[in-house]
Design a protein. Structure first.
Length: 189
């Protein structure tokens, strides 16, 4: 797969076809609310950078969504900085790495926040219903929710990969960007 296809216009499709559940949920929350809380913004921006979305495109995507609710000036003052920061354009100019599953799973997630790992954060019925709404068969949604309830978050994520991608999950999911690359075809299974 060619990473030049990673453009703002096809992120909805990539979210549906190639994102792990954590990132698909954040993407859909952003598209629905045109806003994300700080922890969510950080988790998703670094992921977007990791899948190969260019800085200018990422800034435009962020601007397009946020300015559906707020004016351009407020966006530039309050929300553009984090995009620059994540891409190493300001501050210490560090090139921050996208978060691994272990980091996402162990970081604390406050009430009402949408980031983190859904297999850990969500109640079993919420998870099951979401999976079914994404087209999984009921028995497969139950299987994944039970794995999550037992604390096997990354294994549950691997099962979601199998049931949505219709191919075996040979590698343990350790990173949302690894999930994307494997789904998108950048890593051979
Ligand atoms: Fe995201 Fe990792 Fe959780 Fe999968 S296991 S949903 S990639 S944090």
């Amino acid at each position: 797969a060619n990473k030049s296809e990673i453009q703002v216009g096809n992120l909805d499709k990539h979210a549906k076809d190639h994102y792990p559940l954590c990132m698909r949920h954040i993407h859909e929350t952003l598209k629905a609310n045109h806003h994300l809380k700080h922890g969510c913004r950080l988790q998703y921006l670094l992921f977007l950078k990791g899948i190969g979305l260019k800085y200018e495109d990422c800034m435009e995507f962020w601007r397009q969504e946020f300015t559906k609710n707020i004016d351009e000036d407020k966006f530039q003052k309050q929300y553009s900085y984090l995009v620059k920061h994540c891409y190493g354009k300001v501050g210490s100019m560090l090139n921050y790495s996208p978060y691994s599953c272990v980091k996402i799973i162990t970081d604390s997630v406050g009430y009402g926040e949408q980031h983190g790992c859904p297999y850990k954060q969500w109640e079993s019925t919420v998870l099951k219903e979401k999976l079914e709404s994404y087209g999984l068969r009921q028995e497969n949604a139950i299987e994944i929710s039970e794995m999550a309830q037992k604390g096997h978050y990354q294994l549950a994520c691997g099962k979601y990969f199998e049931y949505t991608r219709f191919k075996e999950n040979k590698n343990v999911i350790n990173h949302p960007n690894q999930y994307f690359d494997e789904s998108y075809g950048a890593i051979k299974r």
